[in-house]
Design a protein around this ligand. Sequence first.
Ligand SMILES: NC(=O)c1ccc[n+]([C@@H]2O[C@H](COP(=O)([O-])OP(=O)(O)OC[C@H]3O[C@@H](n4cnc5c(N)ncnc54)[C@H](OP(=O)(O)O)[C@@H]3O)[C@@H](O)[C@H]2O)c1
Length: 307
Amino acid sequence: MKYRKLYNSTLKLSEIGLGCASYWGKKHFSEQKAIDVVHCAIDGGINYFDTGHSYSGGYAEIRLGKALRGKVCSNQLIISSKVGTRLGHFGRLYKDFSAPWIKRCCEQSLRQLQTEHLPIFFLHGPNPQDFNDEVYQVLDELKQSGKVGLLGVNSFDDDIIDLAVKSSQFQTLMVDYNILTPHRLKTLDLLDNNGVNVMVAGAIAGGLYDRRFKKIKGMKSIWYWLRALKNNKTLMRKAQQFDFLNNQSSATAIQLALAYVLSNQQFCSALIGTTSVVHLEEILQTDISHLSAELLSQIESAQVLTC
Ligand SMILES: NC(=O)c1ccc[n+]([C@@H]2O[C@H](COP(=O)([O-])OP(=O)(O)OC[C@H]3O[C@@H](n4cnc5c(N)ncnc54)[C@H](OP(=O)(O)O)[C@@H]3O)[C@@H](O)[C@H]2O)c1
């Protein structure tokens, strides 16, 4: 595992991070299997774990807290969580970036994660009006009290990313960058030039281009399919142009797509999500030297076609 340094911080993050979200944290998915994935990640050198207060119906933080409890190295692990997307009745999500909720949510997150300090704390999908003095003040209070470390914004919206940079209040941004979103290279440039640390969300693009994704085997694959249909129809269409990734003998499609992302140095950690130790082990064996010049040029041609 390689580690990347952050700007203006002593933290060093594994270049692959584990996203503790979605199916991994669902109540009906085996807690033991989810914990096994976290332990496999730690054994493989991953030291960065991302989650969110509203992820997996509110269970993800609790599960990650249990997985890390008693791990001797847990104080060396870097956890990020997110505030501002709140669970309402019947699991409906709504936005709340009010100062009292930010404070209360942070305290709940710390309790659920069984820790006293969150090294990275993101605003989860804020709107323009959420960049205001009240929010900055409560974030500053949480920072001064040692409850959180770096402050961040998680957004895939260009205008919000610009606002976050211009505010100068945030040291970290979480944006979507993967083989299907090459336009994000401009964003990575902008953030790097401004000394903002970047975490990459969805680094393997849900595995949409991997032929295994199309094989429906039970509840979990149906759930992933429905999620992609609901949120990522455009990416699903784009993914068809990347089918050639499945024909390489050097590596699997997922490994090549991740190798493509990891070859960029303008971010700190690329987050992947999985519910499977076998899949995680495959990911941990990603080797960027498998990305030949010929393959890179094929990828770039497919990206032009899907622009
Ligand atoms: N995507 C977003 O909108 C978003 C937003 C904010 C933050 N994030 C952060 O980014 C993290 C990752 O994003 P994500 O969870 O959306 O999805 P992702 O990592 O892009 O993809 C997860 C999908 O890839 C499959 N997969 C993983 N490894 C595989 C392998 N080796 N072989 C075959 N399939 C494999 C998983 O299935 P299995 O479970 O079967 O392995 C799952 O279907 C999140 O957990 C979160 O921390 C994402």
